[in-house]
Design a protein. Structure first.
Length: 171
């Protein structure tokens, strides 16, 4: 009767939220057999949050990764950030479903926590790795909020001549 929630990624990189109920569980020798009944499948909308395009160095450490040992470090470049996750480019053997610890510094402060790889796409020969937060403390979440606020408050660009006119008026 236990309910399980899974977030698989299909072959096209689309995330889903799957709810299952355990109908039977039997144990024999060192093997456990479960009979699961899928009760609900919906699109995982955590990926729909607005993303702020940016460039920042990020350090990832393996927690549970198929091709890395726990604690192995991967350096990358954060290319976008949202309230629900981020994307990085990195030369690494990461795979969808890998669990990572991340750390990134901004003027507003540092963010760190745990994330899971949701998708990997090749862009210009590099892996673009989409991740969603699985564990993040309130303080780093507030830093993310401030960083996203900075991106939303961008001022319209001025031309060189408009800037020069502004300075000429102040004399």
């Amino acid at each position: 009767g236990m309910t399980l929630l899974g977030r698989p990624i299909d072959r096209e990189g689309t995330p889903w939220q799957v709810t299952m109920v355990c109908r039977t569980a039997t144990e024999q020798d060192d093997e456990m057999r479960l009979l699961l009944e899928v009760t609900d499948v919906i699109g995982d909308n955590r990926r729909q949050a607005d993303r702020l395009e940016m460039r920042a160095s990020v350090t990832l450490n393996a927690i549970d990764c198929e091709n890395l040992n726990p604690g192995d470090e991967v350096r990358g470049e954060l290319v976008n950030l949202s309230q629900s996750g981020f994307a990085v480019t990195a030369m690494s053997p990461l795979r969808a479903g890998d669990r990572l610890r991340f750390r990134c510094r901004f003027m507003e402060g540092a963010i760190d926590g745990e994330a899971r790889v949701a998708s990997i796409r090749r862009v210009d020969g590099q892996a673009k790795i989409g991740c969603w937060f699985t564990s993040i403390e309130p303080e780093p979440a507030q830093v993310i909020e401030r960083v996203l606020g900075r991106g939303a408050a961008t001022a319209p660009a001025n031309s060189y001549s408009a800037l020069r006119a502004m300075f000429d008026q102040s004399r």
